[in-house]
Design a protein around this ligand. Sequence first.
Ligand code: ZN
Ligand code: ZN
Length: 404
Amino acid sequence: MTIDLEALYVDLHEHPELSFQELRTAAIAAGHLRDLGLEVTERVGGTGVVGVLRNGEGPTVWLRADMDGLPVEEQTRLPYASTARGLNPQGTEVPVMHACGHDMHVAAMIGAIEQLASTTGEWSGTIVVLIQPAEEFGAGAQAMIADGVLTRFPRPDIVLGQHVTPLPTGIVGVRPGTQMAASDGLTITLYGRGGHGSRPHATVDPIVMAAATVMRLQTVASREIDPREMAVVTVGSIHAGLKHNIIPAEARLELSLRYADDSTRAKVLEKVERIVRAEAEASGAPVPPTIETDHTLPPTINDADATARLSAAFDREIGAGTVLDPGMFTGSEDVSWFAREAGVPLVFWFWGGVDPAVFAKAQAEGTIDRDIPTNHSPFFAPLLQPTLRNGVQTLTVAAREFLD
Ligand code: ZN
Ligand code: ZN
């Protein structure tokens, strides 16, 4: 029996599910893992799935794939483009798309486990597969940890994971040290005093307060952080008001903050808080603003020795020149919680999903940013093959490298 991985990928792509709602995806993954002979536990940390493949003495390798989609309306025009809709946590109907490629992660994982389960004579040890929910909330890994993933299943000696990315197919991007930035998601509520739009003097307008705050926050990274440090302050959402002639009572901002290390994080958080409070005070806010942390993601730090070992394995098993250092990415991941909590090394790498000819043309013309859709774009679409085949191979090679 061979699993039709392309059909599996297309099916997952057509049926994306939002974070912590991945019931269908989880059931499909669990079914395949069970068919391949793994001990499977479902509903770990909400919708998570854990599969254990025991094959004698040896190291325990954790392989992690995330599985959630995003509230994005797909515009790829692929024959298998998603038309799915879902309900976000606020209960609003939204389009849903696998705009980050987590469908590719799940399909590649099933393919790698198929390879590993059919070659048990060639390795020994234990493989633990994590099909993780809600990476896009930055909450799924911690939910699985809170549900006992480190105590209910064999503990890891190493944690491995991979992400599909807009590099040319056939290329693996990985670097020792900080591979991805740390991130915090904040919700800030600014309080004013509502009233009639014709009588602004009798109100404290939270929309003006929010506008001033948003502009001033732009100076954190550009004026207050040493240019040699990496810091990003993005206001990704701003909500206030319902009608032309009503000044609302409050405004809400959602911020995404990024940094390469913990000391920059402390500085950025302190400056954001200072500006938010001072702008509210400058506006005469009747009540101080509230600042809530929605998620905190640690930096994704690749273990230097394990990364060197893995890069050598990729070059040896897949071909010289396969691996390049893509630099640090300002995006963030929650995969490193598993390794941090277990106190073991992590290696998290990126594999390419873009037609090399298309990539080379954009590179020659200097239009990569414009012409190559990145993760989370409504146009993001990894080339089905050889991307899927390559993802199976990288995960298989990596697992084998750290098993006996
Ligand atoms: Zn993503
Ligand atoms: Zn992702």
